[in-house]
Each structure stands twice: as structure tokens, then as C-alpha cells.
Design a protein around this ligand. Structure first.
Ligand code: ZN
Length: 138
């Protein structure tokens, strides 16, 4: 994943649904550990215009499902959009949720609340996606 001289790690993700939240907490934890920086900040970033990164509860999987339901209700798939590609709903969701999260890294692990997990948000799947991670020591 990380090679010397390139402090950015890339996580590959294969989404399976049109819209879904995928828990990537373990992959992010592993990548931070492998990077070797014990204390600092980690940026988790996805370079796609129809996807996002968020942090929310991962204890009850129904929370992620409810987020998908609510976002689909908030941003209908068809709503007289102008964008000819036909995936404007996915672009809107991507901007609402955001392309990145910043994590505090302490003792080589991200500081998360007991119920928090890191999610990759797919809004125009299924497809192969990437999440970039970079840790800055402080
Ligand atoms: Zn588009």
C-alpha cells in the first residue's frame, strides 16, 4: 500500500449497490498503522465526484441503512436535473456529505468514539473506487 517516499496510501473499494455506505474503519486503521506515524492528523479523501466520506455509527448497521434511505429521500434520483449523464443525484449527495474527513491520530490509531466508524459513501455504484489516506505527523 504505502511505498517509501510516497506517504499517500490508496485503498481500493468495490461497491456493490447503486447507493451504499461501506465501513472502511479497519482498512483506515491498518493503513495508519502501516504508515508508522504515531501522532498527528490523517486525511481520508475520495477523489470521486459521486462518492463521499463520512463518520457515523457502525454498531447498529441500520444506522447506515437509514442514512441511505434519508439521503435518497432528500435527493431524488430523478428531479428534472440538467446534467446529461443522468447521475446528478449522486453529485448532489457527494457535495452534501463531502469528499473527506480529518482524523486525530494518537498512539498510531485514529481517535474515534465508541460507536463511530469511517464510511465510504457510494452514490453512483456499483463500481471500483479509491480512497486516499495521508497522515501528517505532529
Ligand atoms: Zn455525472
Amino acid at each position: 500500500m504505502t511505498d517509501k517516499g510516497n506517504p499517500m496510501t490508496t485503498i481500493q473499494i468495490d461497491s456493490r449497490q447503486r447507493v451504499e455506505l461501506l465501513d472502511i474503519t479497519d482498512q483506515v486503521r491498518q493503513a495508519i498503522r502501516a504508515g508508522g506515524i504515531r501522532d498527528g492528523l490523517a486525511v481520508v479523501y475520495t477523489p470521486h465526484t459521486t462518492a463521499a466520506i463520512t463518520i457515523n455509527e457502525n454498531a447498529d448497521p441500520d444506522v447506515a441503512r437509514d442514512l441511505v434511505t434519508a439521503l435518497n429521500k432528500l435527493v431524488p434520483f430523478d428531479d428534472h436535473y440538467r446534467h446529461s449523464e443522468g447521475n446528478s443525484a449522486a453529485h448532489v449527495k457527494s457535495t452534501l456529505v463531502g469528499a473527506s474527513e480529518t482524523l486525530i491520530v494518537q498512539d498510531g490509531t485514529p481517535v474515534l468514539g465508541t460507536w463511530q466508524g469511517i464510511y465510504f459513501c457510494e452514490f453512483d455504484g456499483p463500481r471500483r473506487r479509491q480512497v486516499h489516506l495521508r497522515v501528517i505527523g505532529a
